[in-house]
Write a protein that binds this ligand. Structure first.
Ligand code: FES
Ligand SMILES: [Fe+2]
Length: 392
């Protein structure tokens, strides 16, 4: 039966949200894994999460278990899958001081660089060549202090990927924030019952802020957004702090100095960028927040949020990030709650999205990028048509 949400005629206006199946359909989710999450460089987190040799963390992207670690050779990524019979190798979310990774099933053991260094009672077994049985690697690169990885398509598995810098060519220059000199001082992980795009769309507008985030709106008015910026790899823009405030935290006030490269003229701006597809980067004059969205299913997303402060600041004996953490933790929870409500509506036969408001330009731009990146995969043709009409 035809999807009833596709029968509606797009109204005149700045754009119409995607139809409901994009937020809950398993086929769409699978297509996204192929078209958006394979082949492109994706952010895994901040480099300070892998500060020392022996540090590691694990994540799931869809059904792919991934492992990131630091060995003597630097930051590396692997499929978190044992080469013997495929058991997920590392269960812990993160850890420090690891010497190796041992499979919990039959004790095959891998070095931090993925090399197979132990396999009980396998010596002499015909065809067993430890040199060829290391963990399957995933290319990783660092960009502005963040770790990026790239899941190759089967056809590309032997090809040398282009660099992250190439992919990020038209991203605004954020060197003033010195993200490579920051460290994560606090991290929170959230399990949200919402499609990852609902969360991106929520991040892309502050039309909801007056009602959903009264404390944020007090510090930065929801109408304070500056010019939208967009490119092949991102969409976003600034908001401005209200008069009398100098940062985003529980009081809106801090004695903390600005990050060394941030100019006085830019101190009142907070920059919010969605680096496609799933990396949300929020740059304040004195600290940075990153949200990495890890879609685990059509209607579920793991979100890892890091609070990043300058390394020297974080070393101070009186360093205290609790006000910034509480402010964004409260804001995050408000966002996740409203996104879960949106997700519930997106499944309904009554889901008839009407149009974007003027302040939701980033959402229409996100949709244009999304449908373009998804390509002509058959299930998408009706919405591709829709977005063409909306952009006229
Ligand atoms: S599955 Fe890992 S050692 Fe057997
Ligand atoms: Fe919000």
């Amino acid at each position: 039966m035809a999807d009833p949400t596709l029968k509606q005629t797009p109204p005149a206006g700045p754009g119409r949200p995607l139809s409901g199946r994009y937020f809950h359909n398993q086929d769409v989710f699978q297509q996204e894994q192929k078209s958006l999450f394979t082949g492109a460089w994706l952010c895994a987190g901040h480099s300070s999460e892998l500060e020392e040799v022996g540090d590691y963390f694990t994540r799931y992207l869809g059904h792919e278990p991934l492992l990131f670690s630091r060995s003597e050779a630097g930051v590396q990524g692997f499929y978190n899958v044992c080469r013997h019979r495929g058991t997920r190798l590392v269960e812990a979310e993160c850890g420090h001081g690891a010497k190796n990774f041992q499979c919990p099933y039959h004790a095959w053991t891998y070095g931090l660089d993925g090399t197979l260094i132990g396999a009980p009672r396998m010596r002499g077994v015909e065809g067993f060549d430890p040199a060829k049985l290391g963990l399957l690697p995933i290319p990783t690169e660092e960009w502005n202090g963040f770790i990026f990885y790239r899941l190759a398509t089967p056809l590309e598995s032997d090809a040398e990927p282009g660099s992250v810098a190439e992919q990020m060519l038209d991203f605004p220059d954020i060197s003033a924030y010195g993200c490579e000199d920051l460290v994560s001082t606090s991290r929170k992980r959230y399990e949200v019952k919402a499609n990852w795009k609902v969360l991106c769309q929520n991040y892309g507008e502050c039309y909801h802020c007056a009602l959903v985030h009264p404390q944020l709106n007090e510090i930065s008015n929801y109408l304070s957004g500056g010019d939208q910026k967009q490119g092949d790899c991102f969409v976003g823009g600034p908001m401005t702090l209200n008069e009398g405030y100098n940062t985003m935290n529980m009081t809106g006030l801090t004695d903390r100095p600005s990050l060394p490269g941030v100019e006085e003229a830019d101190e009142r701006d907070v920059l919010f960028y969605n680096v496609y597809p799933n990396f949300l980067l929020s740059l304040h004059r004195d600290y940075v927040i990153s949200h990495v969205l890890w879609p685990t299913g059509p209607e579920t997303t793991t979100i890892v949020c890091d609070w990043l402060f300058h390394r020297d600041e974080a070393k101070q004996s009186d360093f205290d990030d609790s006000s910034e953490v509480e402010f964004w933790h409260v804001t995050n929870q408000q966002d996740w709650a409203i996104c879960e409500q949106t997700q519930l509506g997106a499944r309904s036969r009554g889901y008839r999205p009407v149009m974007y408001q003027e302040g939701e330009g980033c959402l229409a731009e996100f949709d244009r990028w999304y449908l373009g990146a998804m390509g002509d995969s058959g299930v998408l043709s009706a919405d591709t048509l829709q977005i063409e009409k909306c952009s006229a």
